[in-house]
Design a protein around this ligand. Structure first.
Ligand SMILES: Nc1ncnc2c1ncn2[C@@H]1O[C@H](COP(=O)(O)OP(=O)(O)OP(=O)(O)O)[C@@H](O)[C@H]1O
Length: 299
């Protein structure tokens, strides 16, 4: 099922092009990652998808409707990058208010607010004011708000930025659990996190979509990632390059090697590789099939 399409989508702020000619055709399914350096246009793209701002050029269709169409109310929601809760109202009051805006009755809105607070494991703060919450708790409440009414598409702009590892992990697990029923688009600078969660990665650079890859399809069949504890870098690189099925070897940080190969069974190469390490007196730490998202995007 088509989740969203954009055609020649551009957004200018004055003469500044924040997005330029972006064409997307995304299917419903596993979470989609939105990646790119600072200022690449990620927040602009999410704001356009939410209908918060209008395109300068081009067209966006989400779940069969134009972005911002009232028919998408309750079907698409967003966690803005710097989304703030109102300090004057309790968490329950604020979430219930969003439920009322979606057309729920008073009681239904409160029940829905408690449901989403339970999803983020924060039902105990329902009667608290946001000022009494930690940064991580506030972020989890904001994510709960984005899940109100079980929208079909949830846009998360840097959902784990500034969170400690435990809170970041709780949010990842929440997204993973919810992604069976909900489509997510997640903007983040944490490539490891996105690699664990997402099926598709969109890479924006200076407002243009420069890469769009499926992590599910690439499978990593022709790459091995080798991390050494200790080795003679140049000697090991030369040894690796001389193995029959190896096409290319890239050394990083002196101890990590990305090995591209073709043909043959991976276990034969793995065995040759371990024998090579032994022959050179090099100590290996980790050998993994495939390559990281970072290697995929930047190699
Ligand atoms: N309201 C605005 N007025 C003028 N320029 C803007 C505005 N919002 C964004 N920009 C510019 O548009 C470009 C894209 O910004 P955007 O915030 O979409 O990038 P981003 O990829 O989300 O960056 P970051 O990773 O730093 O959050 C940047 O050059 C930014 O300075």
């Amino acid at each position: 099922m088509s989740l969203l399409t954009t055609q020649s989508l551009s957004k200018y702020y004055g003469s500044k092009a924040a997005l330029e000619g972006v064409d997307l055709a995304l299917e419903a399914g596993a979470p989609i990652a939105l990646v790119g350096p600072n200022g690449a246009g990620k927040t602009t793209l999410l704001s356009l998808l939410c209908g918060f701002i209008k395109p300068s050029k081009g067209k966006i269709t989400i779940l069969g409707q134009a972005a911002g169409d009232p028919a998408l109310l309750g079907r698409v929601s967003c966690l803005p990058q710097d989304g703030l809760l109102d300090p004057n109202f309790t968490v329950l009051q604020q979430l219930s208010f969003f439920g009322r805006l979606q057309g729920l009755g008073h009681r239904q809105a409160q029940d829905e607010a408690m449901r989403v607070l339970t999803l983020v494991d924060l039902q105990t703060v329902a009667q608290s004011k946001p000022t009494t919450l930690s940064h991580g708790m506030g972020k989890r409440v904001a994510i709960a708000q984005a899940l109100m009414g079980s929208p079909e598409l949830v846009l998360l702009d840097e959902p784990t930025a500034g969170l400690d590892p435990a809170n970041a992990r709780a949010i990842r697990e929440l997204v993973r659990a919810q992604s069976a029923n909900t489509n997510f688009i997640i903007s983040s600078h944490n490539l490891d996190e996105l690699e664990k969660l997402c099926g598709t990665v969109l890479y924006l650079e200076q407002g243009r979509l420069t890469q769009s890859l499926s992590l599910e399809q690439q499978g990593g069949a022709s790459f091995l990632s080798l991390s050494m504890q200790s080795c003679e870098t140049d000697m090991l690189q030369q040894g690796l390059e001389s193995l029959p099925s190896v096409i290319r070897v890239r050394a990083k940080n002196g101890k990590d090697f990305l090995i591209e190969y073709q043909g043959g069974e991976p276990y034969v190469l793995e065995q040759q590789l371990l024998e090579l390490c032994k022959a050179q007196g090099a100590k290996y730490k980790l050998l993994q099939n495939g390559r990281s998202l970072e290697d995929t995007l930047f190699s």
